[in-house]
Ligand binder design. Structure first.
Ligand SMILES: O=c1[nH]cnc2c1ncn2[C@@H]1O[C@H](CO)[C@@H](O)[C@H]1O
Length: 536
């Protein structure tokens, strides 16, 4: 290539890349950041050959290895990579797209439930080696006067449909079905999605959604457990370098079950408990000298897209009442559920418009933060939700998987600074994309649309924290580097619902942690480190 061509080529590349969300950050990167970025690029290039290349050791369950391949098959291998070990230490910012019902590891949730005698389980057929793989457990919290005598789900004498205390069901699980460990495997299998389901038996969005819906077993709808559940959610997030969480809480059920086994705990008491745990976690971390690692949590009130407009009116009023009592907690409103078959936003236009009007009258600010375009459709009602989300003034877009089909909406996202909550692993497991290299994320980034990377339902998908999602994004793009990931992490704070002063504090804490992280990468993996000597 002659010099003139090279110059012209570089100019074109620069022009194209100046649209990217990380363009400014790349221009301002420090020496240490450039070094760390370079180190990670080298490690990625090596591992893309040695771990994910054509001559890499085989991974059980997959004929084809490549960077960004199906997460459920790749998960154990990802955990062993250097790139993952780096990303697991990276400060992540906030999680802005997280369904509270799926935020605590299934194993941890089961262990929590086993502590309370109110938990019971039943099946509709006797469990045998033939029936176990097709039979789901059903859980319930019984009042003390309904608690049942010890029995076994696997005994010949078991009457299908009768409740067995959860801990007892585990202890008495038949050895031919694996005993207590077999019980755990069976229950956890019902609470998660496995590779066979995602990539073989349920390999379409509709089929995997039916399995996905069945994993929401309602195990956390018990206030004594719920408080521990939230604590776990915060603490496990902090362990992964996440400093803020903005979960969507489903308020579909009007009451949770209280310590007395009665289904009578109203929404305001959920929030009182939530507030208490946020503060307890802050204090606990401060006592360990880690106060800077957690700035707190706010809640996106969520209703389900299958309610009627009248029912939605009730939820919207409830949301307003909660906002008035807990202005620092309620920060947005959303409608959740499988977008393709459920009601589009247009179905709820009356109550949604009324909600905006009511807020004006009352001087409240509860932005819509809508799921929209989580679909493969092109012009389908779920795809068209993107237009309505924009017209209704959504603060961010949840998923926006089909956003890249809409040039004007992308332009509006740029103009109005509407960030997209992108959940790469969720999209792959729910079969919106075959693998990461096919995911539209780079299109959004290259077009200058701000992205908050999120995990969606990590307890079900196995992508706890954010390290796995960052990993899949990093290994499947040549342009993306550590500085790009920093930009996404900072955007998850910038586009959060934190108040301006809280946000400024969170960003400055983030920047401080980032500097430490970058130095650690350079010291641990750069020239002169033991890791470097081993590699070269
Ligand atoms: O990715 C998603 N898109 C839309 N709805 C979801 C997603 N993940 C979970 N839920 C919804 O949240 C409820 C639990 O709180 C589930 O019922 C599910 O429908």
């Amino acid at each position: 290539m002659d010099a003139e061509y090279v110059a012209e080529r570089e100019r074109l590349i620069a022009e194209d890349r100046q649209w990217r969300v990380d363009a400014l950050a790349l221009g301002q990167a420090t020496e240490a950041e450039r070094k760390a970025d370079e180190i990670v690029r080298k490690l990625r290039a090596q591992e893309n050959e040695t771990v994910w290349g054509p001559n890499a050791p085989p991974i059980p369950g997959s004929l084809h290895l490549f960077p960004g391949m199906g997460f459920l098959t790749a998960r154990e291998t990802i955990l062993k990579t250097k790139v993952y070990s780096i990303l697991s230490k990276m400060p992540k910012g906030g999680v802005l797209h997280a369904h509270l019902d799926a935020m605590v590891d299934a194993r941890v949730l089961l262990d929590l439930a086993l502590k309370y005698p109110a938990y019971h389980v039943r099946t509709d057929v006797s469990l045998t080696t033939e029936t176990i793989s097709t039979t789901l457990p059903e859980f319930s919290l019984l009042k003390e006067n309904e608690w049942t005598a010890p029995a076994s789900l696997t005994a010949e004498t078991y009457t299908p449909g009768s409740w067995v205390p959860l801990a007892q069901a585990r202890a008495a699980f038949d050895p031919s079905l694996g005993g207590p460990e077999g019980f755990d495997k069976w229950v956890i299998g019902a609470l998660t999605i496995n590779p066979t389901e995602a990539y073989h038996t349920h390999n379409t969005t509709d089929k995997i959604w039916s399995k996905f819906q069945s994993t929401f077993a309602g195990l956390n709808r018990y206030l004594p457990l719920w408080t521990e559940y939230i604590r776990q959610f915060f603490l496990s997030s902090v362990e992964d370098g996440i400093s803020y969480v903005e979960p969507r809480i489903p308020f579909f059920c009007k009451y949770m079950i209280g310590a007395d086994g009665e289904e009578n705990v109203p929404h305001r008491e959920w929030l009182i408990a939530f507030d208490r745990v946020v503060n307890e976690v802050k204090v606990a971390l401060a006592n360990q000298g880690r106060a800077d690692e957690f700035v707190g949590s706010k809640i996106i009130y969520s209703a389900l897209r299958n309610c009627t407009p009248d029912e939605l009116e009730w939820y919207l009023e409830d949301c307003i009442a909660l906002k008035q009592e807990f202005p620092h907690l309620i920060c947005g409103f959303d409608l959740v559920g499988h977008e393709d078959p459920l009601n589009p936003l247009t179905y709820y236009m009356g109550p949604l418009k009324m909600f905006v009007k009511r807020q004006k009258e009352l001087g409240l600010d509860i932005p819509f933060i809508f799921h929209a375009g989580e679909t493969l459709g092109d012009g389908s009602p779920a795809d068209m939700n993107l237009y309505d989300a924009i017209l209704l003034g959504t603060k961010r877009i949840g998923h926006g998987f089909s956003l890249v089909k809409h040039p004007r909406i992308m332009e509006l996202c740029r103009e109005r600074q509407i960030a997209v909550e992108v959940c790469p692993i969720s999209n792959e497991i729910l079969r919106y994309t075959g693998s990461m290299p096919m995911h539209p994320l780079p299109i959004l980034m290259n077009q200058g649309i701000h992205v908050a990377l999120s995990s969606d339902d990590p307890a079900i998908f196995g992508n706890m924290g954010l390290s796995f999602d960052f990993f899949q994004v990093l290994v499947s793009s040549e342009v993306t580097g550590l500085i790009t990931l920093k930009e996404m992490a900072r955007d998850s704070i910038k586009y959060s619902c934190l108040d301006p002063d809280e946000r400024a504090r969170a960003l400055s804490l983030y920047d401080k942690r980032w500097l430490t992280f970058v130095d650690w990468v350079v010291d641990t993996f750069g020239e002169g480190s033991t890791a470097y000597a081993d590699r070269n």
